[in-house]
Design a protein around this ligand. Sequence first.
Ligand code: HEM
Length: 500
Amino acid sequence: MASAEAIHLAGGPKIAMRYGRLDAESVPAEGFLPDAHPPFHGEKDAAAHLRRVFGRMGFGDREIVALSGAHTLGRAFAERSGATSSGYGKKGTEFTSNPKHVARGDGKAGFGMAGGQAWTEKWLSFDNSYFTQARPGLNHDSGKGSLWLPSDDALKTDPSFRTFYDQYAASQERFFADYADAHRQLSELGSQWAVPGGIVLDFDVAGYRAQLSKCRGDLRAFIDAENCNPILVRLAWHDSGTFDAFRRTGGANGSIRLKGELKHGANAGLSKAVGYLRDFKKKYPMISWADLMQMASAESIHLAGGPEIPMRYGRVDADFSPAEGNLPDAHPPFHGEKDAATHLRCIFYRMGFGDREIVALSGAHTLGRAFAERSGATSSGYGKKGTEFTSNPKHVARGDGKAGFGMAGGQAWTEKWLSFDNSYFTQARSGLNHDSGKGSLWLPSDDALKTDPSFRAFYELYAASKEAFFLDYADAHRQLSELGSRWVVEGGITIPTSKL
Ligand code: HEM
């Protein structure tokens, strides 16, 4: 940061920096940095030496010349590198020891400690003068004028280097563009990041916000037309629900878009939901997958009559998936746990949730269906193989009375399974119902919420009060949507609410 800011402050280009580097505790062996003078580690000349040293870092000729242009700034000292005979204080040149000389580009006087020999006259100004000043020859022991070392001279004499040297002498813009890119690469060599993708400070928050707002409008229209609210809610939940608070793995990081994770047994059927969002990702490329999924879910709930969830955005996508097996099962053997309640606690406590959130979040089953072909949690399948609530085209599943429910089939928990209300807690439950092909679904994991005494307290609260359910649901959903998320800007990005 200090380096990039120093360049920008001196009039140089703005460098697209990322932060979040992890510090190393070990020291590399000596001898990796380039020399300015022979014997160049035994290489035949300065050009060969530069190529070997920079090539090892992954750089090519263009970057060697561009990065060398950083010598537009600064000096060499006899007492440090010994690359010049000019030393500290008065032992410098007319550009470094004369207090009247102005080295800054903005015309301000002063240059800290005096002395040394600089490559350029204005050696506190970042411009392309390293490439434009007249170079009568090597100049490192005259104690006068500007410095020019064998390693600098190679950039003028080697034919390949020279093409870039001439380009930069002719165009400061060209130099700045190549320099900024090479410097960014240099600043990231071998860096390990605390956060996947690093942390970007100069993130275009206003641009991101604008895309989020537009995307929200498009998503609303799409969801309303497709009636795909439930699958979008399930997609976001399955992205978040892998979170392991102890190991700090998984979470709302968009990794469910990756083919390997979509193939996890629990995610059967969800590639359809990722497919729905692909066009939105193309249209709004700034928006991360993680944000897109979470936005689609929160909007799906709100559109279906559910609470407005106070969302934050700016999640960074992960490029790797957690191991399989982090999501809850609806049926025994519950990963070997003694019953459904223990299993649910095991899974949701791992995410950092308590009993209240387990019951509130399960209330999301007020929306949607299970399919024989996906989870297999019901015998009801696609199309006509559903129930009177899912396969009868005359049945109205939306809360606003509009007809239509997208693809037919499956078995739903509630009659109005495209309406978000507290009916998951209020409908009469005569017992488990997942293989009758009739009526509403009720699985062992749902039943635990009624039978376990601690869960039951919340179950009854939500059955008695839709307001209490909405309040707790919105809060738990917000937490769920942020599990393990890494943010491009601290605190995330919010957008103003907008009426449906
Ligand atoms: C408590 C543990 C949970 C279990 C065991 C569970 C299990 C299931 C199962 C088996 C399905 C059927 C999938 C299919 O066949 O397509 C399903 C669907 C669904 N789940 Fe859950 N779930 C749980 C928690 C949640 C949570 C926390 C949410 C959201 C906050 C959620 C939202 C949904 C939605 C919306 C659907 C319907 C998807 C559709 O219609 O396509 N579930 N769940």
